[in-house]
Write a protein that binds this ligand. Structure first.
Ligand code: DGL
Length: 270
């Protein structure tokens, strides 16, 4: 049994870490497409091609269920994959829906009609491709009414994190929060709509102020995966080994991953 976790680079490790804590006995195969990160500045076709290739590799590694721990791929490629590409005996799930279910105070998988919810003004921080797709607003509209969303495309943040330049990443986050606040001075919630951003969560919270509730995906995705596997245990797949695969330099990627997760992580070539 193994579940696949995909991201364009290191950001999905925030999700992997939360899943490991929630489901410690579940083998996980991580695929970081570091050679092609960032995805956030690519076209939807390009993101689709890269995401399907990586997902295929995860199927080959014994994963019947693959989580796209990447909002950009979830926003730009997932629907197209589910509509015509995913084989009948496999599943590919994204990271948007668990987040939106939490934001709209729903139980996992509750598909009842949209209704009024507690939050009214939501700031969305995401990559340019995710913002352009409007996937967040589309998924939100299925579940909630009367919520005003202001999106801020956070150019440069993923590159800085992938390079390990956290000083630049912090400066960029602060300037993106300022830009958002000029458009929406008083958000009541903020969504970190990119799995790289939890690595900067304290900076987002500090720049937004304590009155803004910050939603980040890692724990929400882990919780909804645990619920899903309880309902569909057969989707755990035949793989038995945890692995870290990268299209980038295994040495560099391992060093940065070890720094982010504060434990030894060893990537091998994908
Ligand atoms: N971590 C990703 C996301 O959640 C990808 C960012 C990127 O590669 O631009 O959107």
């Amino acid at each position: 049994m193994a579940v696949g976790i995909f991201d364009s680079g290191l950001g999905g490790l925030t999700v992997l870490d939360a899943i490991e804590r929630r489901l410690p006995d579940l083998p996980l195969v991580y695929f970081g497409d570091n050679a092609h990160a960032p995805y956030g500045v690519r076209t939807a076709d390009d993101i689709y091609e890269l995401t399907t290739q990586a997902t295929e590799r995860l199927f080959d590694a014994g994963c019947d269920l693959v989580i796209l721990a990447c909002n950009t791929a979830s926003a730009a490629a997932l629907r197209r994959m589910q509509e015509g590409w995913v084989p009948r005996d496999k599943r590919v799930l994204g990271v948007f829906v668990p987040l939106i279910e939490a934001l709209t105070e729903r139980h996992w998988g509750d598909n009842s009609p949209p209704r009024e919810v507690g939050v009214k003004h939501v700031a969305l921080f995401a990559t340019p491709a995710t913002v352009r797709s409007r996937a967040f607003q589309r998924e939100l509209a299925f579940r909630a009414i009367g919520v005003d969303v202001e999106a801020q495309a956070c150019g440069g943040v993923v590159d800085a994190i992938e390079e390990g330049d956290m000083i630049l990443a912090e400066a960029l986050v602060r300037s993106h929060v300022d830009a958002l606040k000029r458009k929406m001075p008083e958000p009541d919630a903020a969504v970190l709509g990119c799995t790289h951003y939890p690595l900067m969560e304290e900076v987002f919270q500090d720049a937004l102020g304590p009155q803004v509730k910050v939603f980040s995906q890692a724990n929400l995705v882990a919780e909804s995966l645990a619920d899903y596997l309880q309902r569909r245990p057969e989707m755990k797949g035949p793989g038995t080994e945890s692995l870290f695969l990268t299209t980038g330099s295994p040495k560099n990627v391992s060093n940065r991953a070890t720094q982010f997760l504060r434990r030894k992580i060893e990537f091998i070539p994908a």
